[in-house]
Design a protein around this ligand. Structure first.
Ligand code: ADP
Length: 728
């Protein structure tokens, strides 16, 4: 190689070696140091003069000398590390061919900081109480900390190297959306019984580098057993306390109502005034307890929502009606604006009513200077949107943001004076969100507020089950009231005997069982908490015994266990404190359906349904009212009617379909069906109508019509189940 070219080449290498922060050393084939840059001299604490031209031993690190030998002899890259004065160095020795001999280039790096950082993070991972598992990009477990070992009951040696995901380790299904790389963070609460009972929050986060390359994932497992159990204990505590509070309140409220209704003799004006104050305050107490129970039910996930198609206008009318006395007295009005063609929403009628009442009550409460309230419903983005506007005190933007949280109340002298708990809005928000809707508020301080909520539209999946209404006129028969609190039992007995029933009371489960067998009551009302919860067992026993199986049982309960009561076989469920009117209408309906024939009226024209219902009830029939075919089918499933009045043209499921469904099912094919129709018969489907018992054209004379029905029912008796067996 010509000398000047050689020099030029060296100057490149020199520049290169001077410019890097790594230590670089060139070793000649004769094992002497040929070049050494500044960083290398610094790391090894030698000078260039000492080393250049001297054997590699002059570098002063035996590990290096040895590795140079190996690299030159084997002609292979050798890597290694060594420590010097508390610092850690790593090195790479790369052999190269020089003419016919082998030399080597040695690069040195100071890893002290990197290693310290790694130790620190490992120490953190090792000491944290959350379980941590690290997966590489190929879903291979690469790290498991001791907390994860304990939580999973598996050692790191068992887990590291497995190709899996965290859900599989827990024995669960993998996220249906795919790998965490595609879905982003995944999280679930997991209940585990092995190696011991634990509730854990598990989350998986994908890890990407700066260029969005997927590096793997980190799973964290947090033990939340104590928190969840504490929460459950709190909820149970709230339930128990509310139970204890509700029992005396049921008596207080019930007896005050009786006195105010004049049931205990005449009440003079002052007594009336004082008693009204007592009543108002006991009502507030009941409301407060109901709110607390709602919160605990929502938090423990025990709230039962009965989603069905919901006529929002009807709900609004009902809610507005509750405030009529108040608004009339205050000289203000509630205006309702709803388009006639508003479609049905999907929701739980009672719960949506509760939300409406809460919003309207607030609108009245927080506009103390008066002003009207507006309730508007509309179709917006495929949802039903309801807004309640007032002309009241309004709410600042900061408060708006926090209004829907538990116990939050705007802090002002005015709101303090008005009084409240700050629970209502948070309950409303939870209910609406559970129903799949949203809530919100628009407001300006001083110029009123609009609280709104949305609900999804009803679909074919949601079907309302019509209720059963008893005939008008005085009912009668024996009712067995089961309650271990004699004050409450006496109160229910008073309500029912004033209604014309003969009441028998039982104060414990065994007494109740005996009386049910001996007296064959028409209906049983049962507090499931009788004998510390023996009511559920009693209910199941009654339903299992053929002698008592058909007696309808209405559960009157404080503990809000509607789901369990229904599974045990109750016919209806009412919450305490008892609403007198509701109790009576439920009992009347049930008794009516035993003592009198039941007619199902089905028509999408509400005025016809109402007219027929009223007339039939006057004539001593129990009635179920359905507005479309699906509702009619739900009603039949609930209670086998003695006759069905059926319109032909109806939405959702028309009369032809209902008739066909009824007549092809052996359980229902003997129920007489009277078709009522104002329309031309569909020729192609006319043959279906042959299945009907009678055909009556609209319009018809109601009296005549009812006479027809009486005929149909009396003809189909007795023993309707056996008539027509084997035919059609
Ligand atoms: P409460 O009325 O029992 O305090 P809510 O949860 O119903 O509880 O309401 C929370 C707070 O929101 C109220 O204390 C009040 O400050 C504010 N608020 C609710 N509705 C209105 C309204 N229509 N106008 C002004 N402020 C309201």
């Amino acid at each position: 190689m010509p000398a000047d070219k050689d020099r030029r080449c060296f100057s490149h290498i020199r520049a290169f070696m001077a410019g890097t922060r790594e230590g670089m050393i060139a070793i000649s084939p004769d094992r002497t140091v040929r070049m050494l840059n500044e960083p290398a001299a610094g790391m090894l604490e030698v000078t260039r003069n000492e080393c250049v031209g001297s054997p590699a031993e002059a570098l002063g690190v035996p590990e290096l000398t040895q590795s140079v030998e190996t690299a030159l002899a084997e002609k292979e890259i050798v890597k290694g590390s060594f420590e010097r004065r508390n610092r850690c160095y790593s090195f790479t020795i790369t052999p190269y061919e020089d003419a016919d001999a082998t030399g080597a280039v040695l690069s040195l790096r100071d890893d002290t900081e990197i290693l310290a950082a790694r130790k620190r993070s490992e120490a953190i991972l090792l000491s944290t109480s959350d379980g941590i598992l690290v997966f590489d990009a190929d879903d291979r477990v690469t790290f498991v900390n001791p907390a994860a070992e304990t939580l999973l009951g598996k050692g790191a040696e068992e887990l590291v190297g497995l190709v899996t995901d965290i859900w599989t380790i827990f024995g669960l299904a993998t996220d249906p959306e795919g790998r965490v790389q595609e879905t982003g963070t995944q999280a679930r609460e997991v209940r585990m019984e092995e190696p011991e009972h634990r509730i854990v929050d598990v989350r998986v986060d994908p890890v990407f580098d700066d260029r969005q390359t997927y590096l793997g994932s980190v799973s964290t497992i947090r033990d939340v057993t104590v928190e969840r159990e504490a929460m459950q204990m709190k909820n149970e505590f709230v339930s128990t306390v509310s139970h204890e509070l509700r029992t005396p309140l049921t008596s207080i409220k019930g007896y005050i109502d009786l006195i105010l209704d004049g049931e205990a003799g005449e009440v003079n004006e002052i007594q009336h005034e004082f008693l009204s104050i007592v009543k108002e305050n006991s009502d507030r107490l009941v409301e407060l307890i109901n709110d607390m129970l709602d919160i605990s039910r929502i938090e423990s996930g025990r709230i039962v929502l009965k989603v069905q198609p919901l006529d929002v206008a009807e709900r609004i009318a009902g809610a507005v009606n509750t405030f009529k006395a108040v608004t009339d007295q205050q000289g203000r009005a509630i205006h309702v604006e709803i388009p006639g063609d508003l479609p049905k929403a999907a929701g739980d009628p009672d719960r949506v009513g509760q939300v409406l009442i809460n919003f309207i009550s607030n609108a009245i409460k927080y506009s103390p200077q008066g002003g009207d309230v507006f309730v508007r419903a509309e179709l917006a983005d495929d949802r039903v949107r309801v807004g309640i506007s007032d002309e009241g005190i309004g709410i600042s933007p900061e408060d708006q943001a926090r209004l829907f949280t538990k116990f939050y109340r705007v802090d002002s002298s005015l709101t303090r004076e008005i009084g409240g708990t700050g629970l209502g809005l948070s309950i409303c928000k939870s209910i609406i969100e559970l129903l799949g809707g949203e809530v919100g508020v628009e407001s300006e301080p001083g110029s009123g507020s609009t609280f709104w909520f949305t609900l999804p539209l009803a679909s074919d999946r949601h079907v309302r089950t019509p209720s059963l209404e008893g005939p008008l006129g005085s009912p009668g028969g024996r009712i067995l009231v089961v309650d271990d609190n004699s004050d409450v039992a006496n109160l229910i007995a008073t309500y029912l005997s004033r209604r014309g029933y003969e009441v028998v009371k039982a104060f414990n489960a065994s007494e109740a069982r005996e009386l049910a067998l001996e007296l064959e009551p028409r209906v049983i009302t049962l507090d499931v908490m009788v004998d510390e919860g023996a009511g559920f067992g009693l209910l199941e026993e009654l339903k299992a015994d053929p002698r008592t199986r058909d007696i309808p049982v209405v559960v009157l309960s404080i503990i809000c266990d509607q789901g369990r009561s229904e599974r045990s076989g109750c016919t209806d469920y009412l919450e305490k404190p008892i609403d007198k009117n509701r109790l009576i209408s439920v009992i009347d309906g049930l008794v009516g359906s035993i003592a009198s024939p039941v007619v199902l009226v089905t028509d999408d024209d509400r005025s016809i349904v109402e007219l027929l219902t009223r007339t039939l009830k006057q004539r001593g029939y129990a009635v179920m009212a359905a507005y479309d075919g699906k509702e009619a089918m739900a009603a039949v499933a609930r209670k086998r009617p003695d006759a069905i009045l059926l319109d032909i043209r109806m939405p959702v499921m028309d009369g032809y379909e209902v008739l066909e469904a009824l007549k092809t099912n052996p359980e229902t094919r003997d129920i007489p069906v009277v078709i009522m129709s104002a329309y031309q018969i569909d020729r192609d489907r006319a043959s279906v109508l042959d299945l009907a018992t009678q055909l009556i054209g609209k319009p018809f004379d109601v009296e005549e019509f009812v006479a027809h029905i009486e005929e149909v029912i009396s003809e189909s008796e007795p023993a309707p189940a056996s008539v027509g067996e084997g035919e059609s």
